[in-house]
Design a protein around this ligand. Structure first.
Ligand code: PAF
Length: 283
């Protein structure tokens, strides 16, 4: 496995692979890799001839007072995981090269970035779309893989890719969970032992709502209220949002059906966790 740090080297490497007709796959990450990233890499390995994983903690997608500085980092561990998953190239650029002095061009996707995480993290998706567009221009992938845990991020990236005519196929991969149901996330590393237990309330909300839906409950208000009660019973947990929306447009729905996305963001202690489900999809 090769590690490339410079943007020019990455572009040159990818351009010459492309000239030879090589199918390039990209797994964009912020590092501190876990089995969720591993599943993207394993699928990317199957679908591409040259598999690139990027590792870059992107400053522009963190708001003031968020966890950019403390975001967990472990390049050596990440390289071992990537090599094990069959990655050919790890692209690990420096922030000074991605955002050089004088940088002032951003990609902004509009309506679909406004609800959910866009509401509580203003500017977050502008940072995500900007860096992903830049990575597409640097790595020149034919396919790019993203996890469905960040459901809105996946929807925003699909929209941006279509709107800006990037010749990249976007692939969404299922949420990977710990044995007890907690969705895998690099931020789980922040949780204390008792918070780690309390963090199971996100998956409990999803399980409770899915069971109620399957037994005929379709009212958004009823499902939302039940989820709010469940979180209220966990002292370290505080709701950021629990929303029910159309999984294609992310617009709020009153009546839940198979296309409805239940998305939640909950702070457990100081750690903000997200999770989701689409009622018509198998879990
Ligand atoms: O999902 C992430 O890890 C990041 O948001 C991404 C897509 C790598 C962009 O920085």
């Amino acid at each position: 496995m090769q590690v490339i740090e410079s943007v020019k080297d990455m572009q040159t490497f990818s351009a010459s692979a492309k000239k030879r007709g090589t199918v390039i796959g990209l797994v964009p990450t912020m590092g501190y890799l876990h089995a969720g990233h591993g599943s993207l890499m394993v699928e990317g390995r199957k679908l591409s001839q040259l598999l690139v994983a990027s590792i870059f903690v992107n400053p522009t997608q963190f708001g003031i007072g968020e966890d950019f500085e403390s975001y967990p980092r472990n390049l050596d561990g990440d390289l071992a995981i990537a090599a094990n998953a069959g990655v050919d190239v790890v692209f690990a650029p420096k922030a000074a090269e991605i955002y050089p002095d004088g940088f002032q061009s951003y990609v902004n996707t509009e309506k679909i970035t406004l609800p959910l995480c866009g509401g509580s993290r203003p500017g977050h998706f502008r940072g995500v779309t900007t860096v992903v567009a830049k990575l597409f221009n640097m790595v020149l992938p034919d396919i790019a893989l993203f996890g469905k845990k960040d459901f809105q991020q996946l929807a925003v990236i699909r929209r941006m890719t279509m709107d800006l005519n990037f010749p990249v196929k976007i692939i969404g991969m299922p949420i990977v969970r710990e044995a007890d149901g907690l969705a895998m996330s690099s931020r789980n590393a922040y949780l204390s032992t008792s918070e780690r237990q309390d963090a199971l309330c996100l998956k409990s909300c999803i399980d409770q709502a899915r069971a109620a839906y399957l037994s005929g409950e379709c009212s958004r208000t009823a499902l939302q209220t039940a989820a709010q009660w469940l979180i209220a019973a966990v002292s370290s947990a505080k709701i950021d949002y629990i929303e029910f929306c159309d999984s294609r447009t992310l617009e709020t729905v009153e009546t839940v059906d198979e296309n409805t996305l239940m998305a939640l963001a909950v702070r457990v202690g100081k750690t903000r966790l997200i999770d989701n489900t689409v009622f018509g999809e198998n879990q």
